[in-house]
Design a protein around this ligand. Structure first.
Ligand code: ADP
Length: 303
C-alpha cells in the first residue's frame, strides 16, 4: 500500500516508528507535514499540493493523521481533503475534531453512560460556590480547557483554594473544567491503547511522591498493568463513542469503577511501547492493512 503519515516532524518517536513499521511490512510510506499541504477545494477533482508535487485521487491508499492539538483546525481540513480523494484515514477527520473538544467529548461520553468523574464546565460563573458544590466540594481538580501534559491542572485541597484558583482562571477569560478529585486513584492513571475496537496495550502511570498528576512529562513512571474486564470494556466503549479507530483512553481507577478522563486521537507511542514491549506501531499498520479500502472512511469528508 501507499501510506502517508501526516506529521509535523518525521523525527518524532511515534512518527518514525509508524514509518519503520509500514516499511517493514512492505508498504511505501511518506511523511507529510500537514501545514505545508495546500488544497484546491473548489475543484471537482480534489487534490493536495505538497512542495513541488500534486497528489491526486487514489495516490495514497491510506493516511495516518498525527495532528497536534494546536493545529487541529488546519490539520483536520487536510485529513478531510484526503478523505474526499478516496484515501482511507485511520481516524476520520470528524472523529478527531470531536475528540479535541473536551467539553463535547465529556458530554458525549456521559450521554452514552461511560463513567466519567463528576465534572462541571464554566467560563465566568457568578456562583463560584454553587460550582464547587456541584462537584461535591473540595478537594477538587480545576483544569484549563486548553491545557495539555498536565499543565493547567490544579488540585485545590480546600474550598478557599478552589475559590481563588477559579477566580484567577476566570480573570484569564478561559474555559475551565471543575472536577471531583479521585483520591483513591493514588496519583496514578491508566492509558489504554485501543486499535480497531480492542485494547492492544495498557500501562499504568504513577505520579512521583507528592504529585497527583501522573503525566510522564511531569516525572510519572509507567508500568505494565493488567486490566479488569470492566476497564477494558470502558476503554473500548469510549473509543467507539468518539468514533476513533486508534486512540489512547485515559482511565482513573475509582471506588465506583473506571472513569474516563480523556480520549486522545494521536496517542504517543514511546511510553506505551517501552512500558509493554509491544509493537504498537506494527499493530496500527496491520489494522490499516485489514481495513483500508478506497472510500472506506465512513463520512468521506462530509460533516
Ligand atoms: P492533561 O490532558 O493536561 O494531561 P489530565 O486531565 O490528563 O490533563 O490530568 C493530568 C493528570 O492529573 C492525570 O493523568 C491524572 O493523573 C491526574 N488527574 C486529572 N484529573 C484528575 C481527577 N479528577 N482526580 C484525580 N486525578 C486526576
Amino acid at each position: 500500500m501507499n501510506i502517508a503519515i501526516l506529521s509535523r516532524n518525521p523525527r518524532l518517536y511515534s512518527t518514525s516508528r509508524l514509518e519503520a513499521a509500514a516499511i517493514q511490512r512492505g508498504h511505501t510510506v511518506r511523511v507529510l507535514d500537514h501545514l505545508r499541504c495546500f488544497m484546491d477545494i473548489s475543484s471537482d477533482n480534489p487534490s493536495i499540493h505538497y512542495r513541488n508535487e500534486e497528489f491526486l485521487k487514489t495516490h495514497f491508499d491510506a493516511i495516518i493523521p498525527r495532528i497536534g492539538a494546536s493545529v487541529t483546525f488546519y490539520g483536520t481540513a487536510v485529513v478531510r481533503q484526503f478523505e474526499m480523494m478516496g484515501a482511507y484515514s485511520v481516524n476520520e477527520s470528524v472523529a478527531i475534531t470531536r475528540s479535541r473538544d473536551k467539553l463535547r467529548s465529556i458530554q458525549l461520553l456521559s450521554r452514552k453512560n461511560v463513567g466519567i468523574p463528576i465534572t462541571a464546565f464554566a467560563h465566568s460563573p457568578d456562583d463560584v460556590d454553587g460550582l464547587i458544590r456541584e462537584v461535591g466540594g473540595a478537594p477538587l481538580v480545576i483544569k484549563l480547557l486548553e491545557g495539555t501534559q498536565g499543565i493547567g491542572v490544579v488540585l485545590a485541597e480546600t474550598k478557599k483554594a478552589a475559590e481563588s484558583v477559579i477566580q484567577a482562571f476566570m480573570g484569564l477569560e478561559s474555559n475551565i473544567l471543575v472536577q471531583e478529585f479521585i483520591k483513591e486513584a493514588g496519583g496514578s492513571d491508566i492509558r489504554c491503547l485501543v486499535v480497531g475496537g480492542k485494547v492492544i496495550a495498557a500501562m499504568q502511570r504513577q505520579a512521583p511522591e507528592g504529585e497527583f498528576r501522573s503525566n510522564l512529562h511531569r516525572g510519572g513512571v509507567a508500568n505494565v498493568v493488567k486490566l479488569t474486564s470492566q476497564e477494558r470494556a470502558t476503554a473500548v466503549k469510549a473509543a467507539k463513542v468518539m468514533g476513533l479507530n486508534v486512540c489512547g483512553v485515559d482511565l482513573l481507577r475509582s471506588e465506583r469503577g473506571p472513569l474516563v478522563m480523556e480520549v486522545n486521537s494521536s496517542p504517543g507511542l514511546r511510553g506505551i511501547e517501552e512500558a509493554t514491549g509491544k509493537d504498537v506501531a506494527g499493530m496500527i499498520i496491520e489494522f490499516i492493512e485489514k481495513n483500508a479500502k478506497p472510500n472506506r472512511t465512513r463520512t468521506k469528508g462530509r460533516g
